[in-house]
Design a protein around this ligand. Sequence first.
Ligand code: ADP
Ligand code: ADP
Length: 228
Amino acid sequence: PSGISVQDVSHTYGARGAGTLALDGINIDIEDGEFHCLLGPSGCGKSTLLYLIGGFIPVQSGQISTATGRVTAPGPDRSIVFQNFALFPWKTVRDNVLYGLKKAGFGPAERAERAQRYIDMVHLTGFENAYPSQLSGGMQQRAAIARTLAVDPGILLMDEPFGALDAQTRRVMQEELRAIWRNSRKTVVFVTHDVQEAVFLADRISIMSARPGRVQHVIDVNMPKDRD
Ligand code: ADP
Ligand code: ADP
């Protein structure tokens, strides 16, 4: 995996001067292999910061770097899971996972092997040929996580991935994600507005204030978890 350095990042939507200041001077250092949560109320700029780290929107002010250098565009070292799953509805679970692998440049044999391995990892064995609409919300999000993990990004970005799930399914998915993280040791940046979720998942939490987004506190979650 790779650490992430966010230095003095600000972001304005719309015309500068007249636009919306979404982020105001963000500084965060995320360690290699850390599970980091961005926690704050709706509209405080969590998604904006996540998309900037992903390279999906250009950095206007300040600097973001990973082990591969300065972030200026999406890269194979970073991969994202969205709240709304973003699966192709016309593709089966297997084809959704294969698509991501193809786009990432894996050859046919390795694509097939990886697709099955990650479908198994998220407990969707037997549902390879199912279409998203045939699956529960939790299962769809597992498929989306398999698609994202299969390309083996060093950095996993997650934008309220469990926000659309019922409370019980969310708890199961949180436990599964933590187990996957424990085994894969990826750097995770996980966006949530749910305090309990952040405390359960994170090693460290950046608490962001309401708009414009600023990091108010960075807290270590000193609970005895599953770190060795
Ligand atoms: P969060 O993820 O914490 O809910 P966002 O990063 O989505 O916050 O949004 C931060 C602020 O930027 C909000 O005020 C939001 O309305 C605004 N914003 C987000 N995306 C856009 C956009 N594409 N155009 C204009 N304003 C936006
Ligand atoms: P999740 O916790 O993943 O949202 P549910 O609680 O909806 O799943 O379902 C629990 C189990 O029921 C699933 O793990 C799966 O084995 C089975 N299941 C759910 N939906 C379907 C479906 N559309 N077809 C077959 N089995 C299903």
